[in-house]
Design a protein around this ligand. Sequence first.
Ligand SMILES: Nc1nc2c(ncn2[C@@H]2O[C@H](COP(=O)(O)OP(=O)(O)OP(=O)(O)O)[C@@H](O)[C@H]2O)c(=O)[nH]1
Ligand SMILES: [Mg+2]
Length: 489
Amino acid sequence: MSERTNEGRGRADDHPADPFDAEFADDTFDRTDIFDPDEFDIEVTEEASHRGAFGDFGGDARGGLIERNFRERIILVGVTTPPRTDEETDASLDELALLVDTAGADVVGRVLQRRHAPDPATFIGSGKAIEVRDLSVAIDSDTVVFDDELTPAQQFNLERIFGRSALDRTAVILDIFAQNASSLEGKAQVELAQLRYLLPRLRGMGKKLSQQGAGIGTRGPGETKLEVDRRRIERRIHKLEVDLKDIRGHRAVQSKARKRTANRAVAIVGYTNAGKSSLLNQLTNAGVLTENRLFATLDATTRRLALPGGEGVYVSDTVGFVRKLPTHLVEAFKTTLDVVIDADLLVHVVDGSGPDPMGNIDTVRAVLRDIGAASVPELVVFNKADRGEQAERLAARIDGAIAVSAETGYGMEDLLNAMSDRIRSLTTVIELLIPFDRGDMIAAVHREGQVLVEQAEADGMRVRARLEQGSIGRLREFVVADTPLDSRS
Ligand SMILES: Nc1nc2c(ncn2[C@@H]2O[C@H](COP(=O)(O)OP(=O)(O)OP(=O)(O)O)[C@@H](O)[C@H]2O)c(=O)[nH]1
Ligand SMILES: [Mg+2]
């Protein structure tokens, strides 16, 4: 990518036609960066320039998946609305640029605007929209991507003004998901999320649906594609919902089977690209794909791991989170959600070498709250300690946090011990005396807990075991209350 420049030529004039712009826009802030200043003067006509993506303004009608014969040229638009700061908008646009790059397109310019509130009709106001249109023509961009979620009406209006596709961050994330989905369930989930996103946006898309370009926002995991009418989309949504229910019903049985065993569940969560899959691989040789790419993982992979204390745990890798990830998108990954909500412990992996680790932690915690996992205990792990001191410094700042490198294996022993301690703290060592005719209960102790000592006595089996509260409740009548227990509890 060529160097970012602050081009005066793209700067906003006031557009009195739009009261929002006239009143609130601060054109000392509004900024337009063009990444290909050399190409700025290229003579292009609107029709000739646009190669089509989401919209009906051109494009080939191949409707391909990932394959494409050009890299789309993208303009990013970010809006600062209070209480957000300009720096936050900038950082968020940096990340959006990374998302667009991951989706396989080139960012050729970015536009920043400051507003008190989004314009209900066009998000950025009609004056600014015309400016963006002119810029798109001038630098020959195919698609305009907004950092915030657009309503269907805003998207529709903007595409009309631009004469090219207007997408939002959600569409880009969906596009990446569509490229990365690999399992049957993952593909079904992504397709469902895409269709649900598309359905309210069908208005005025009759032509588009039969004229699919191959670009961001148009790719789907199934061969269904979008060249179908609303009713067919609704039927497809219904079918996917039924299919997913089947797949999930099957897994629920497996998960119940797990719950009846003594093994605890640990979910590795964190920001996308933090190193979650790398950590699972380092811990268990799981062989999960790791890539310097956002959302490389969409499916939860689970592996068994023996902790230093002898406890067996199931460790699961999960889909990464990102800023402004709409909860309904996370919800599409219900498998991941279930894994996270049902976990006994979350290992929260943070890229300790990244630009904003604390901001990433906040984002991940907010998503965890959204999905109802706020109460699951969390162990914070600053990864990529091999890249510098920052990971260690951060770990020292947060109580109980650990610095590791999933790449080199540094810190793994500390991590395993910490996991072991945290898992142990969920259980209590108790002593039981179970009559010989209650073989079912003796079996239950073995199944649900960790048996430390077992001894046959005259009136039954004396068992010292580590058990969780639920099991202890069920075995209450056999607990030997007056016997001093293991010093540890
Ligand atoms: N230097 C260094 N790089 C690492 C470390 N851990 C992971 N990486 C790299 O970071 C990138 C992302 O790693 P992944 O394990 O795929 O990250 P993830 O959190 O699973 O990412 P998503 O599944 O995409 O959300 C890869 O290029 C890894 O090689 C580490 O400890 N040190
Ligand atoms: Mg991963």
